[in-house]
Design a protein around this ligand. Structure first.
Ligand SMILES: Nc1ncnc2[nH]cnc12
Length: 231
């Protein structure tokens, strides 16, 4: 029954005159229960697995960080606290989108890739290497420089060997500076990058430095001081 479909979240009645088949990313369906009244419903394209994440993202406050619109969320800041259901949704969402079958190691940059890498490690049984902002001085350590929309630092990769198949996990893709720097380090270590996945991708910021495909769970933009999900 249409009314019980988990994808209808929630069903949104539309104007009868707008029976157009599709509107933007949403599909318009006629209710089988009320064919005479032509009650129409919007079918959300949101993956139900990601609903706990989407709900919390829409509530994130946006602050000004030296002219940069920065949203504050457990995914990207650990503040406010991130609910276990959201971490679970992230791990499940990644496993649905990324083939982890032949992957040796998950790689996540500190600080805000760590909790997503950890959730995915627990869900998949794969080990996690954290890219640190401090050097350990190990002989095979790879150092790279990272520039983001709001800062810069050096990054140090350890624990990934030549020929390892890796999946890179991070919180947000904005300018692409962190992702590009970590990929550069992985290539220097002669690892095979099977996939790059982020929880949130900002579509309102040009990914100038990005030279590779990135899988995202949700695409977002910041508008009028609020986070919008782009479906
Ligand atoms: N919290 C955040 N808000 C906006 N852009 C970001 N890029 C990375 N983290 C971000």
């Amino acid at each position: 029954m249409l009314s019980q479909c988990p994808l209808l979240n929630p069903p949104v009645p539309l104007e009868c005159g707008s029976h157009a088949g599709t509107t933007n990313a949403s599909t318009v369906l006629e209710s089988p229960e009320q064919p005479c009244t032509r009650a129409l419903y919007r079918l959300s394209s949101m993956d139900p697995t990601l609903e706990p994440l989407a709900r919390s993202v829409r509530e994130a406050p946006v602050v000004d960080r030296e002219g940069y619109e920065y949203f504050v969320h457990g995914v990207s800041d650990g503040v406010p606290p991130i609910e276990p259901a959201v971490l679970e949704a992230i791990a499940d969402g990644i496993r649905q989108r990324v083939d982890l079958a032949d992957v040796d190691t998950l790689v996540a940059p500190e600080a805000m890739g760590i909790h997503h890498g950890t959730a995915l490690s627990l869900a998949s049984g794969l080990p996690l290497a954290v890219v640190r902002k401090r050097s350990y001085g190990f002989p095979d350590e790879v150092a790279v420089h990272q520039e983001t929309s709001y800062g810069e630092s050096d990054l140090f990769l350890n624990g990934v060997d030549s020929g390892d198949r890796v999946v890179l996990v991070d919180d947000v893709l904005s300018s692409g500076g962190t992702i590009e720097a970590v990929c550069e380090a992985l290539e220097a270590a002669e690892a095979e990058i099977a996939d790059v996945v982020v929880v949130l991708r900002r579509v309102d910021i040009p990914h100038e430095d990005l030279t590779r495909e990135v899988t995202s769970l949700l695409d977002i933009r910041v508008r009028d001081g609020a986070v919008e999900i782009v479906e």
